[in-house]
Structures are given as C-alpha cells and as structure tokens.
Design a protein around this ligand. Structure first.
Ligand code: ZN
Length: 285
C-alpha cells in the first residue's frame, strides 16, 4: 500500500543523512520506516549504506570498461560528474573485480596496506606537520619507520601531506638538505664512474698504440731500415715519429709547406685536451 508521498524537505533530509554515512535503520525521517527509507533512496538512485542498487546495464558496463581502459581509477570514475551517475567508488570497485578489470598491482598494494588506527593516524599527522617544512617525504618515511608503527612508505607520506595540505613543491623539496646530500652522492658516483670509463678507454687506446708501434718496428727491421722515433716531452715514452703516435702539423711558409711532428705524444695530447675541457665545464663522455 503506497504511503504518504515524500515532500522536498524529507528528500533533502534523506540526502543529507546518506551523505553523513548513516544507514536507513539509523535515520529518523518523520515516521518513515527503515524499509521505506531504503526503497525511496533506491528509487531516487541515491548511493548509500544498505541502499539497493539498480542492476548494471549493458551501457554502463561498456562505459565502465572504456573508462578503465583509459586508465581511470574507481575513485576517479565515481567522483566524475555526468559519467556513471549514482555509483559509489566502492560499487564501481566491486564491479571491476567481478568483470576482472581490476588493476592487479593496485589491488595487491591496497590489500597489503596496514591501516593506521585512529591513535596512530593522529600521531602520524602530528609527526607530518612537525617535519613537513624541513624534511623530504622520503626522509619523513624513514624517520617515522625508525621508531613508529606501522612502517610507512614515501608514497603514503606524500598522500597524507597532500591531505593535510602541507605538501611542499618539488622545487622546495629539492632545496632540502636531505635532497642536496642525495644529489651530491649521486653526482659523486657519476663522476667516479665517468673516471673509470675514461681510464678504461685510455688503457685500451694505449694498448692499441703500443701494439701498432711494435708491428711498425718489426716491419721496418725486416726491411733493414731504422724507424725514426721520438720521445714525448710530457711522459718521456718513446714512439715512432709518425701518425698516429704523434700529431703531424703542417705549416705553409714563403719557402713552401713544412711538416713537423708534435712534441707530445697522442696519449698526452688527448689527456691535455680532456683536462682543459674539464676546466671549462662539465665533461660528458
Ligand atoms: Zn706522452
């Protein structure tokens, strides 16, 4: 038997109470019974605890599938206006699970999360507010996890900093001592690996030149000729006085073109070039 029709005020009250997270049995709307409240909420397509949902239509399922393929999360879909109207984040997430569309990685991560109790959360937020200005999220996560439970990840710290609206910009975070120390460590590591690569390259180059010099000397000996050699002014090593052991310069003067052998060997010349480049600016190998 149909009861008294709902007036605007009652519908508005129903909307408010649902938004507060109350279930129908906890609501007081005139003399409406919990069942009546539930039915009315379902007919109005309201979302709430214990309110029965209309079954998913083929169109809605198709739309959901498309949105997920575009990379949207259940929370994003639920909060987007004019998309899947009347579905809560939770109902969308459940539907994704039933349609085997749930993101496995996100689901596993969500399952693995240890929730903070109310007291833990309160302490965590106090901790965040105390550290947000001077510490990077990574550092805060480390500091908290040192002597507090449960251990938190950098990602979780960022989430709560955003929620508390105290998250610092990337530029600000980069200026923090922790970030600077990290940058120094990284650049030191990069420098030493660059030096190792350069040393290996040099060794390789020198071995090649030595090998070539040996073959040239042997060849000239077998022809009974002596090979013109030259001592490097810098490293005092002896090389054949030709390319590629030395650089051959040519100079045009009034008496014609003159060729002369450089004073320092190829290895020393390369080293000098590199050193002068390093003085001018950062070296990229
Ligand atoms: Zn030399």
């Amino acid at each position: 038997m149909p009861g008294k029709t709902w007036d605007e005020n009652e519908i508005e009250r129903l909307r408010e109470l649902l938004a507060q997270g109350l279930s129908a049995s906890e609501m007081q709307i005139g003399s409406r019974t919990p069942a009546a409240i539930q039915n009315k909420a379902a007919r109005l397509n309201f979302v709430g605890d214990g309110i029965s949902r209309k079954p998913w239509s083929r169109d809605d399922r198709g739309l959901l599938r498309r949105l997920v393929r575009e990379g949207q999360t259940a929370a994003q879909i639920a909060s987007a206006p004019n998309l899947l109207l009347g579905y809560s984040r939770n109902s969308i997430q459940k539907k994704l699970g039933r349609m085997s569309l749930a993101d496995r990685v996100r689901s596993r991560r969500a399952r693995g999360v240890i929730r903070l109790t109310t007291q833990q959360l309160e302490r965590f937020h106090t901790f965040l507010l105390a550290h947000a200005a001077r510490c990077t999220p990574e550092q805060i996560a480390l500091l908290w996890s040192q002597d507090n439970l449960p251990p938190v990840s950098r990602r979780r710290v960022v989430y709560h900093l955003q929620k508390l609206e105290v998250k610092r910009s990337w530029a600000e975070v980069m200026q923090m001592p922790y970030s600077k120390a990290k940058q120094r460590r990284v650049s030191k590591k990069a420098t030493s690996s660059r030096q190792r690569r350069w040393a290996a390259y040099r060794k390789n180059q020198e071995d090649g030149l030595k090998d070539l010099a040996r073959r040239r000397r042997r060849a000239s000996r077998s022809r009974g000729k002596s090979l013109s050699e030259r001592v490097c002014r810098d490293c005092h090593s002896r090389w054949p006085a030709t390319e590629p052991f030395f650089v051959i310069y040519s100079k045009v003067t009034s008496s014609g073109q003159h060729r002369y052998v450089g004073r320092i060997c190829r290895m020393c010349r390369n080293r000098r070039r590199r050193e002068s480049k390093a003085r001018r600016g950062p070296v990229t190998v």
